[in-house]
Ligand binder design. Structure first.
Ligand SMILES: NC(=O)C1=CN([C@@H]2O[C@H](COP(=O)(O)OP(=O)(O)OC[C@H]3O[C@@H](n4cnc5c(N)ncnc54)[C@H](O)[C@@H]3O)[C@@H](O)[C@H]2O)C=CC1
Ligand SMILES: O=C([O-])CC(=O)C(=O)O
Length: 334
């Protein structure tokens, strides 16, 4: 850490915030790390991967911004990498590759990684840091993480969020493209989860509102729901969204650090433990404060075809939560 930090940045109030990227060498992890290095609100960006992260650290550390970049690798160094971290982002593990054609197929491999990760996190920290899960399948890995943290007695539901921001980002992009307007000024709520049966885009509730018939809205909604597959197909099944993903996770982490450092009225979206309806986890909009999630926005009104998607999503999420509970039972983790 710089000895003369305060003197160097006397115009700014510097606060410590360590963020650890688990899976930093992957496509999402690298893109995320590069963007976080440009965010001077972070004091340390810790790169962890099962493979060597020294090269990535050396490369990023030449960028003349404030965050210090540290590097760890190998199972034996996981605990040390997570020590005193304020935010842990999981981007590592199984991704789209030969033979893996759906997010759900990634569950077994990534659930095993999650068990080891939470064990290490608990050894390294007395309290649960903010946990942001990007690794798929979100709908099962978030409930699994909650159960593992409960077992260790350090569960804080306000600090556990699965990443669904990309669905809202795609929704704004695709709707703006259709309307031929600037995507930066379009917002579309996307609720539910992050699987093809649980992504629920609510184009009828976009800001600004556009006069579109139901058929057109349904067509754009389908493109949003299958946005991930659009990238996988274009990459010939050799990978999924990585650069756009790094961008939107970096934006999410910026919201998190701003709220942790005292900024008010920070709004975000994600798959969270929620009581907005009868399923225990749901993606919705919420406010963040210093401690984490502060409360969810009530679900917006929906058109009949959106209600059908919403009902399908609740059913799918219930099944995905059950998969996590069955994993806990099967592996005697309770
Ligand atoms: N929630 C969302 O909206 C999105 C989620 N994803 C998910 O993010 C994950 C990562 O995707 P990519 O970066 O494209 O994958 P990738 O295959 O490029 O990278 C995965 C990285 O994880 C590392 N890794 C493997 N086992 C590990 C372990 N035990 N501990 C630490 N690191 C480990 C690998 O060495 C590799 O560097 C996938 O599960 C993917 O489905 C991707 C895009 C969108
Ligand atoms: O399917 C994947 O691995 C990536 C993903 O979730 C997305 O792009 O929405």
């Amino acid at each position: 850490m710089l000895k003369n930090f305060q003197r160097c940045i006397s115009q700014e109030t510097f606060q410590f915030c360590k963020i650890c990227i688990v899976g930093a060498n992957g496509g999402v992890g690298r893109s995320l790390a590069q963007q976080l290095k440009q965010n001077n609100r972070f004091s340390e960006i810790c790169l962890y991967d099962i493979t060597c992260t020294k090269g990535l650290r050396a490369d990023l550390s030449h960028i003349n911004t404030l965050p210090e970049v540290t590097a760890y690798s190998g199972a034996e160094n996981l605990v040390e990498s997570l020590r005193c971290c304020d935010i842990m982002v999981l981007t590592g593990g199984q991704s789209h590759s030969k033979g893996i054609t759906s997010r759900e197929q990634m569950f077994e491999a990534n659930a095993k990684i999650m068990v080891k990760l939470i064990d290490a996190l608990v050894k390294a920290n007395k309290e649960q840091p903010h946990i942001h899960i990007v690794t798929n399948p979100i709908n099962s890995l978030v409930p699994l993480t909650a159960e593992l943290l409960k077992k260790h007695g350090i569960y804080n539901a306000r600090r556990l969020i699965g990443c669904t921001k990309v669905d809202g980002m795609r929704a704004a992009t695709f709707l703006a493209e259709h309307m031929e307007v600037d995507p930066r000024y379009v917002e579309v709520p996307v609720i539910g989860g992050h699987s093809s049966k649980s992504i629920v885009p609510l184009i009828s509730q976009s800001q600004p509102k556009f006069a579109l018939d139901d058929e057109t809205q349904m067509k754009i909604a389908q493109r949003i729901i299958h946005g991930g597959e659009e990238v996988v197909l274009a990459k010939n099944h050799k990978g999924a969204a990585q650069l756009s993903m790094g961008y939107c996770v970096a934006q999410f982490c910026d919201s998190l650090v701003r709220s942790m450092q005292g900024e008010k009225n920070v709004k975000e979206v994600g798959f969270i433990p929620s009581d907005v309806n009868d399923v225990p986890y749901f993606a919705c909009q919420f406010e963040l404060d210093k401690e984490g999630i502060r409360g969810c926005k009530r679900l917006p009104p929906m058109l009949p075809f959106e209600i059908n998607l919403y009902n399908q999503a609740r059913e799918d999420i219930r099944r995905n939560v059950d998969i996590a509970m069955e994993f806990m039972d099967k592996n005697k983790l309770k």
